[in-house]
Design a protein around this ligand. Structure first.
Ligand code: SAM
Ligand code: DTB
Ligand code: SF4
Length: 318
């Protein structure tokens, strides 16, 4: 049980993570809640808002994604948004209670003039006094540094699944490509947001391997989004078997226990979850969500319902 310089463990074995999954559910919840309370105010929640600054026709073949050009998902493709439009949307999100504004683009990675426009968006959103987050795909060292200089706080780049299952889901880039981008992002001094998706046809060992990979990074990601697959008609995973709800909640708990000081985000898929299931995710240590009508292209839990749920649970946005 070696602890590293930051006092946190980075040496989890897959067996140890699998042992967490195998605990009786109540024991796992108790352990997750104990870790959560030692590190966070258990009744506060971080709220981010997403916007898709460039939608559709992505060259990558991620089997889950509505925005991949490889699949006929019926999505309306859009040009890169104008800087003023994005900044106006951020101002509105701030008014509605979001502390972080996350800009997503359906790119393999940013290129040419588009990158400079995206940089201007980050500068504009930062000037509103909001935390900024971007998810633009693969980055090189120079791009990561440029984003940092522009005032970017967080970069989202998910490992999505286990190293072993990855090539079943995506073939146009490798697991190592993702890890390399996370390294340049971390080295540029940006906060790392990295997590994955449950429901890609992976097994329990894959889930444990995904958590292990995140927890054993040189520094834990500051933010760990756990997405439940939103099945999209036209994608190869449109008819994937829905994962067991308790296994999804166990994944949140495993993230909380192995990465005690990270924000764990109950990310995509909330729209299809009962309030009771979301509450169990919060009990398992999730302390961040996306708010707003939409995620990038898919529907999110309705804002009015969120307000009501947070009120009834006594959760306050931070
Ligand atoms: N193109 C960039 C990239 O892939 O890094 C940024 C945008 S991409 C849409 C961001 C993340 O959204 C993906 O890594 C994936 O984890 C998540 N995502 C995409 N489609 C999803 C779906 N149908 N259900 C759940 N999560 C999804
Ligand atoms: C993350 O892990 N989930 C968000 C965010 N990071 C960029 C994206 C979810 C996308 C869901 C499908 C859609 O809206 O297109
Ligand atoms: Fe493109 Fe990102 Fe969707 Fe993959 S997940 S197809 S990289 S937008």
């Amino acid at each position: 049980m070696a602890a590293s310089d930051d006092g946190l463990r980075h040496d989890w074995s897959v067996e140890e993570v699998e042992a967490l999954y195998a605990l009786p559910f109540n024991d796992l919840m108790f352990q997750a809640q104990t870790v959560h309370r030692a590190n966070f105010d258990a009744n506060r929640i971080q709220v981010s808002r997403l916007i898709s600054i460039k939608t559709g026709s992505c060259p990558e073949d991620c089997s889950y994604c509505p925005q991949s050009a490889h699949y006929a998902t019926g999505l309306e493709k859009e040009k890169l948004m104008a800087v003023e439009e994005v900044v106006a949307a951020a101002a509105q999100a701030k008014e509605e209670g979001a502390s972080r504004f996350c800009m997503g683009a359906a790119w393999r990675g940013p290129k040419g003039d588009d990158f400079e426009v995206a940089v201007a968006m980050i500068e504009g959103v930062k000037a509103l006094g909001m935390q900024t987050c971007a998810t633009f795909g693969l980055l090189d060292k120079w791009q990561a540094q440029r984003l940092k200089e522009a005032g970017l706080d967080y970069y989202n780049h998910n490992i999505d699944t286990s190293p072993e299952h990855y090539s079943e889901v995506i073939t146009t880039r490798t697991f190592q490509d993702r890890l390399d981008t996370l390294d340049v992002v971390r080295d540029a001094g940006l906060h790392v947001c990295s997590g994955g998706i449950i429901g890609l046809g992976e097994g329990r060992t894959d889930r444990a391997r995904m958590i292990q990979t995140l927890a054993n990074m040189p520094k834990h990601p500051d933010s760990v989004p756990i997405n439940l697959l939103i099945p999209i008609a036209g994608t190869p995973l449109a008819d994937a078997a829905k994962p067991d709800s308790f296994d999804f909640i166990r994944t949140i708990a495993a993230a909380r226990i192995t990465m005690p000081k990270s924000f764990v985000r109950l990310s995509a898929g909330r729209e299809g979850m009962s309030e009771e299931m979301q509450s169990l995710c919060f009990l398992a240590g999730a302390n961040s969500v996306f708010c707003g009508q939409k995620l990038l292209t898919a529907k999110n839990a309705a804002p009015g319902q969120d307000k009501s749920l947070f009120g009834r649970l006594g959760l306050t946005p931070m």
